[in-house]
Ligand binder design. Structure first.
Ligand code: PEP
Ligand code: MG
Length: 746
């Protein structure tokens, strides 16, 4: 790049900074910026268009177009060339704007006489703020240097907007991050919460986007990158990082050594940006690309670049994670994503969690469920929008987040929470009561658990026991395989806390969505149908034996219940059972106390097991239907795939008929049967499951109250009749019929 151009660019940025420092109203500042930019770029026109709302852009300042059009001319996202820049975040550069695809002429602006057009997005860290345009009469094709120069100005404009430069009297722009925002995401864990934002990764604030001394800035950047490179190398050399971290670190190293990345930042600095502004410009562009890339691998790499930029910004600005701000007393955690161990560390102090990414089956979701904290996933833009301390309402039932809500929304939300609190009181009043239906049938309600954090719920919820203890959580939240003694101590604490109530320990259920960070990941075309759960255990029995031994020792002679996940055929059960017998014999030989009673069961999660030989039903001591997996295989609909997940109703006649068949087989052979998928915790579903003859339901603790309350009011025989009649009438799902019955008989 020519030195002359660089110094011209620096001069312009210097002037922009001066306008920032001057006492002036927002509009005045914007006017000045358009004037300075047109002058520096030698164009007749420079205009700034800013978003009024998510869909509308407004001409907010101009040099060269009719002044009367300012704050009058508006366009929709995607409309005209300006709208195109805004929608796609791409540069539009043309010598002949009127013949360009999508050109739209705004007569009130008087722009018809201008032929060439260059528009660049004004954006900051993935947040679109507007469009910066220069135009001139001559048919001029802007050079790459011109484009670059305008992008740098747009970057400074975005920073100035973030710092509040354009608000105040005659405001051209409302202050950022002050308005009410509603974000729709996905439900990770139900429940509602009201609190204040606590950012897991606080934003780094760049207060000095423009710098005078490029050499000094360049040196600062290089030093910071060196610092980063050394720390990444050190982390890589240390053996403590797990496989996933290693992958991220490798990616960091790749970027830290990337010549293109460094060169672009050096060029930005040469044009007058400070080192941190140069890093942030790259980061903004990476985020803009991230929103358009669908390839998973590329997205991950862009995320890595984003993380790396954050680290670099922290080094350059000296702003650590500790911002000095105090965690609010009612924190709602906001993060792009969070690991299970980190979430556990925050623990129950959190009122809610909102993630920009995440998934229903993610480890964080499992932990949030265990902690009974409402969780919203896929909350688009939340990490950009939210600031520490903002008021936030989390509606985990609908998957909606209200950020900085207005008073009306707050008051409606308060009413909703008050109603829920009332319901909780009602549930508390029946906590100690048995769940006996109106026609006198006893339905046993148990809870699902997986962490020590779950155990207090055993008393609080009124659960009769733990119907499913997901032992894999202890494996998932660690960076290395837990030791037998550690596990034995933990299982012992679980049994101690249960005070004699039955706890069904499910052996390690990994694979599919549950990948242990310290185990080599398997490349499988269909992980949900792949090497998982009991299949892994039987092929690599070492871990299962260790776990069985830990369980036997933890029991210290007390009764013990063990369940094997994902048994698809009789032989798998026999082999697993055989492992128990071997471990038991060994423990006896070693002189250890063995449980006074040992119950061994299996999960029915594939339709195949329902048709297993009679010997299986005679032999297995109990069966538990894993409805989450069973449903996904029954309907061939991935439980993790938002597109198909909700397509098939649990109250579908085929599914209920299938379950009824399982109940019958178990009744015939006297096999104890329970149901422990998520549906057991949904009151209407639970009622229908009970009506189908399932007498034991295991669910998340918070569901026990609502399920018990509904079941106690209804007659299961009548519900069963409603279900059968609806099925016979050709309905696909019995939901409508059941709901109508409940309404009419409630
Ligand atoms: C199930 O599949 O229903 C189940 C309870 O197991 P998980 O959700 O842990 O796979
Ligand atoms: Mg399962």
């Amino acid at each position: 790049m020519a030195d002359g151009l660089e110094s011209e660019s620096r001069k312009l940025l210097g002037r922009l900074r001066d306008t920032m420092a001057e006492e002036a109203a927002g509009q005045e500042r914007l006017d000045k910026i358009t004037h300075l930019t047109a002058d520096s770029m030698q164009t007749e026109v420079c205009s700034v268009y800013l978003f009024r709302d998510a869909e509308t852009l407004e001409l907010c300042a101009t040099q060269g177009l009719n002044q009367e059009a300012v704050h009058q001319t508006r366009m929709k996202l995607g409309e005209g060339l300006v709208g195109r820049v805004a929608r796609y975040g791409d540069v539009v550069n043309t010598a002949d704007a009127p013949s360009e695809r999508g050109f739209r002429y705004m007569p009130e602006t008087g722009e018809e006489i201008y032929s060439s057009f260059l528009g660049v997005p004004i954006q900051r860290l993935g947040e679109k703020l507007g469009v910066l345009v220069v135009q001139s009469k001559d048919k001029r094709e802007f050079t790459a240097d011109d484009v670059y120069a305008l992008e740098v100005v747009a970057m400074v404009l975005a920073e100035m907007a973030e710092l509040g430069a354009f608000v105040g009297e005659g405001a051209a722009l409302k202050a950022l991050h002050t308005q009410a925002v509603l974000i729709r995401g996905g439900v990770g864990q139900e429940g509602t919460a009201m609190g204040h934002v606590w950012l897991h990764e606080p934003r780094v604030v760049v207060t000095n986007p423009v710098a005078d001394d490029p050499e000094k800035e360049s040196l600062r950047l290089r030093e910071a990158v060196d610092h980063l490179r050394v720390s990444v190398d050190e982390m890589l050399a240390g053996a403590s990082a797990d496989a996933e971290q290693m992958q991220v670190l490798e990616a960091y190293r790749m970027f830290a050594n990337s010549k293109g990345w460094m060169r672009r930042m050096e060029e930005d600095i040469a044009r007058g940006l400070s080192a941190e502004a140069a890093v942030e410009k790259e980061q903004s562009q990476a985020r803009a690309r991230m929103s358009q890339v669908t390839d998973g691998y590329l997205r991950e790499r862009l995320h890595d670049l984003d993380d790396l930029s954050n680290r670099l910004l922290r080094i350059l600005t000296g702003q650590g994670r500790e911002t000095g701000s105090e965690m609010p007393s009612d924190p709602v955690l906001i993060a792009r994503n969070i690991g299970p161990a980190e979430l556990l560390e925050y623990g129950r102090s959190l009122k809610g969690v909102v993630l920009e990414e995440g998934s229903v089956g993610s480890h964080a979701a499992i932990v949030a469920r265990a902690l009974a904290i409402p969780l919203i996933i896929h909350a688009d833009r939340i990490t950009n929008e939210a600031l520490n301390g903002d008021q936030i309402l989390v509606d985990g039932d609908q998957g909606i987040v209200h950020l900085r809500p207005d008073e009306q929304v707050v008051s409606a939300f308060r009413d909703k929470m008050a109603m829920q609190a009332k319901a909780q009181e009602r549930y508390a009043s029946i906590r100690e009561a048995d769940c006996i239906t109106a026609d006198g049938q006893h339905i046993h309600l148990h809870m699902n658990a997986g962490l020590m954090a779950d155990l207090p719920s055993l008393d609080n919820s009124g659960a009769e026991g733990v119907g499913l203890f997901r032992t894999e959580l202890q494996f998932l939240i660690r960076n290395q395989m837990p030791k037998r003694t550690e596990l034995a101590a933990l299982y012992k604490r679980v049994l101690d806390a249960a005070h004699g109530k039955r706890v069904v320990f499910r052996t390690l259920d990994i694979g599919s969505d549950k990948v242990l960070p310290y185990m080599k990941p398997q490349e499988e075309p269909n992980p949900a149908l792949g090497w998982r759960a009991i299949r892994v255990a039987l092929d690599r029995p070492g871990v299962m034996r260790m776990q069985l031994q830990a369980l036997l020792r933890a029991a210290e002679g007390r009764p013990l219940t063990i369940m094997f996940p994902f048994i698809a055929q009789y032989s798998e059960y026999k082999m697993a059972r055989n492992e128990v017998d071997k471990v038991l014999a060994r423990e006896t030989r070693l002189g250890h106390k063995v449980p006074e009673r040992l119950e061994i069961g299996a999960m029915l999660e594939t339709p195949s097991l329902a048709y297993a030989p009679q010997q299986f039903f005679d032999e297995v001591q109990f069966l538990s239907i894993g409805g989450n997996d069973l449903k996904q295989f029954f309907f061939a609909a991935d439980r993790e795939n938002e597109r198909v997940r909700r397509r098939y109703d649990t109250l579908n006649v085929s599914f209920l008929t299938f379950l009824e068949g399982v109940v019958r087989r178990c009744e015939d052979s006297g096999t104890h049967l329970s149901f422990c998928g998520e549906d057991a915790g949904r009151p209407v579903e639970a009622l229908c499951l009970a009506a189908m003859g399932i007498r034991n339901l295991s669910m998340r603790p918070a569901s026990i109250g609502p399920v018990k309350s509904l079941l106690m009011r209804y007659n299961l025989n009548e519900i069963r009749q409603v279900i059968h009649e609806a099925g016979a009438s050709g309905e696909q799902s019995v939901r409508n019929a059941v709901m109508t019955y409940l309404r009419e008989n409630g």
